[in-house]
Design a protein around this ligand. Sequence first.
Ligand SMILES: *Cc1c(COP(=O)(O)O)cnc(C)c1O
Length: 424
Amino acid sequence: MGKRERVYLSVEEMPKYWYNALADLPFELDPPLNPQTKEIMKPEELEAIFPKPIVEQEVTKERYIKIPDAVLEEYAIFRPTPLIRATNLEEYLETPARIYYKYEGVSPTGSHKTNTSIPQAYYNKISGVDTLVTETGAGQWGSALSYAGLKFGLNIEVYMVKTSFEQKPMRKHLINLFNGKVTPSPSLDTEFGKKMISMDEDNPGSLGIAISEALEVVFTKKNAKYALGSVLNHVLLHQSIIGLEIKKQLEKINESADVVIGCHGGGSNLGGTILPFVPEKLSNDNIKFLACEPKSCPSLTEGEYRYDNGDTAGLTPLMKMYTLGKEFIPPKIHAGGLRYHGSAPIIARLKHEGLLDAVAFSQDETFEAAKLFAKLEGIVPAPESSHAIAGAIKEAIEAKENKEEKVIVFTLSGHGLLDLTAYS
Ligand SMILES: *Cc1c(COP(=O)(O)O)cnc(C)c1O
């Protein structure tokens, strides 16, 4: 084969188990705390907002978790996803590094989020839930959950960060196409939303506020549960399918990764990408994990490592993470999916232990990287994913300076065809 390598797996080769890195990591995560009492939270307490199978996955230490057949069938609509060598980008950069990207934009809603929305809808359905309520930043999660809700017969209600609702009307149409109901947040539906609006009529919203609104609705509605698109252990578990496939694909072409990269909002595509490489990381420290985030919302690079709430009102459990503070309202950048004040506890702990590096890029840097990538590789990246491209370019330039023939792998978490106004 020439240099232009595209590595596909057949549906039969798709992983049948998710991988749980908590089985192998040499530390215990700090437990979530009850937001009122500050006591260690019992798993049962989480059952107020999540169905039992999800709570079990949140706390399990089992290494491999079987993917239900109904979920595998839905995955097979778009998985396995391709691993593609970015030959044109390599040549443009004149780097001796080989750059591969895992393309998650082939999913029904154009991002990795369906990897977890599908199992979450499935587990809620078999637990007797009728309605799932959630928040969404740029609309990626809202559309992914609406799609999954449609597949498994659930009502989906989405609180969408107001600035994205206005900047990205296409996502709202996609949510509606899949029968989801979408409301801009802060809204007048909830007491917390009303409070936010009364304090500032022009509140642009944030993921933290939207989560608070979604939770308030769950607490007042019958047979309703909450679904979160990132941050939590079970979400990273579902996303491990990304890294598991990458490993099989690299094996097929006799490559092994030296640097593994993902953009970081709440940590789900990054976690899904790097966590399956944890055994390699622990046995051989040459493999580097790199998180790429926006300079305007730099939770891993500038946040504090401490307990904080996942939402603005303080309704979620307290989790140990890198945080910019739950009141932090990020500026209106186009990478709406990265506008989150916190991080996944697993990702935060990896960073804290020195097992994960993090780098922040400005919006201009990431759009330059995105435009270059679109022209060279023929895929318009989501503004979020562009951070990972910027990270891969940085690594490739360093490889050139050091004359190093390394293998760089990054996840292109989604396409940006619904984000063209941001490009313009
Ligand atoms: C939501 C989203 C992100 C950020 O979320 P993570 O949980 O950090 O992965 C990144 N890329 C795309 C395309 C997204 O939709």
